[in-house]
Ligand binder design. Structure first.
Ligand code: FAD
Length: 405
């Protein structure tokens, strides 16, 4: 029995590990092992895109343990904040929030009640409701314009008005793991690349861009397989997506800069930024110790569409724009030791209203499976945890179909 797995991201690696004792498994990867969780090596390893985990990520925590990395797992309470007109405000503690000048006491109270209530709601019941009208109904225009819109615009750009309220509720619930001093998040000290390496050990991984065909049997780049699991973005399937009438899923792209700065910007880990080319400043060395890297590492995070100007612009131009907007935070060009731009064309589905109906089932056709960011465990927000769960569940589905258990 031969199984081809397309994609060596978390979904593909997890599925391969679940199936390797039952069949001959070959993983195909056209870019880097780790997919969106791949790292950049600069004497140390650091993810190309900022990553952290949460206490509720049971599938990820279990995988970390299974691959012997529990001793590397660290939890930290980090500060979060907001930047308006170049001024940075910490919104980490109840006192910070009370002191924040750009919102009335009434708005703060409404937001606090909303956050607490969001945790108890069933997201799926809100899948058909557009986020903007839902927020308007609850808060009126004030909080929408001042608080939610900058966040939605930074994340979804022109697609912000199409996003479902389910996405926002999930996001608020995930990010409301608040302690008195800030938000508690976890990380694998010295990088998630350690997990990727362990998961890739003892797997047969071929570096190739794959074309899947059905010619009697399933074939991948001309070689026959009994089953194929595709873990990449749906548009990459080309004709097959059309043949199996897969829903048209819109994706957004990530444009992310990683920079080494002579000085730290603040003591805050995550700052949402208003009206800049990047929507957030994520200071990694306010999360993990400076000594692990020997330099101040800062991500500047931005989202685009695959067709958008930001995604298609030359890296040097993007770096220039990001550096221009960094000046608001007293960072001059001479303060930047180096800057690298990383781009991911398909970094997340856009969770539009009605997305529930677009979730892809694992079994698409006899011997052909899809798992990853469009699978149920990644609704209504994709995550490392969701992809690991999708990888395990697609393997279970295949095992059942082929009578492995
Ligand atoms: C900016 C950013 C920040 C994030 N932060 C967090 C975070 O803090 N916490 C969290 O839990 N999650 C975070 N995530 C999400 C997390 O990284 C993803 O959900 C997860 O890594 C997706 O894994 P995957 O295997 O499903 O998909 P991918 O990582 O996209 O893997 C799919 C792989 O398939 C390959 N592929 C596609 N087509 C082909 C083909 N035809 N032939 C061969 N190979 C192919 C691709 O190259 C890719 O490597 C973040 C993502 C981004 C972009």
């Amino acid at each position: 029995m031969k199984i081809a797995i397309i994609g060596a991201g978390l979904t593909g690696l997890r599925a391969a590990n679940e199936l390797k004792e039952y069949a001959k498994v070959r993983v195909f990867e056209k870019n880097e092992i780790g997919g969106l969780l791949s790292s950049f090596c600069n004497g140390y390893y650091i993810e190309k895109y900022y990553h952290h985990l949460f206490r509720k990520d049971s599938e990820l925590l279990e995988t970390i343990k299974r691959f012997g990395l529990n001793s590397k797992l660290v939890w930290k309470t980090v500060k979060v904040g907001f930047a308006i007109n170049g001024s940075i405000y910490s919104l980490s503690t109840p006192i910070d929030i009370l002191r924040y000048p750009h919102m009335s006491f009434r708005d703060k109270l409404d937001l606090a009640i909303f956050t607490i209530r969001s945790r108890k709601l069933e997201y799926e019941n809100f899948d058909d409701i557009p986020v903007i009208s839902a927020l308007k109904d609850r808060f009126g225009d004030r909080l929408l314009e001042k608080f939610f819109m900058p966040m939605l615009k930074a994340k979804f750009g022109d697609n912000a008005d199409k996003v479902s309220f389910a996405w926002l509720l999930a996001r608020v619930a995930i990010r409301s793991n608040r302690r008195l001093r800030g938000e508690e998040i976890g990380y694998l000290r010295h990088g998630f690349h350690q997990l990727i390496e362990k998961m890739a050990e003892n797997l047969e991984i071929v570096h190739a861009n794959c074309e899947i065909k059905r010619e009697g049997k399933w074939s991948v780049n001309g070689e026959d397989f009994d089953a194929v699991i595709f873990t990449g973005p749906i548009p990459e399937l080309g004709e097959l997506a059309f043949k199996f009438r897969l829903p048209r899923i819109k994706y957004q792209s990530s444009v992310c800069a990683l920079a080494s700065l002579k000085n730290s910007i603040s003591d805050i880990y995550w700052i949402n930024v208003e009206k800049a080319t990047f929507g957030a400043i994520i200071e990694h060395t306010n999360f993990m110790p400076f000594e692990d890297y020997g330099e101040n590492l800062v991500y500047l995070a931005s989202y685009s569409t695959p067709e958008g100007w930001l995604f298609n612009q030359a890296d040097s131009e993007t770096a220039k724009l990001f550096l221009r907007d960094l000046k608001r935070f007293n960072v001059r060009e001479g303060d930047v030791r180096w800057i690298r731009i990383f781009k991911a064309k398909y970094s997340s589905p856009i969770y539009e209203t009605g997305f529930l109906k677009k979730i892809t089932p694992y079994r698409i056709h006899d011997g052909f499976y899809i798992a990853g960011m469009t699978s149920k465990p990644n609704y209504p927000e994709r995550s490392m945890n969701g992809s690991l769960k999708a990888g395990r569940e697609v393997a279970e589905c295949l095992k059942k179909d082929f009578g492995f258990e």
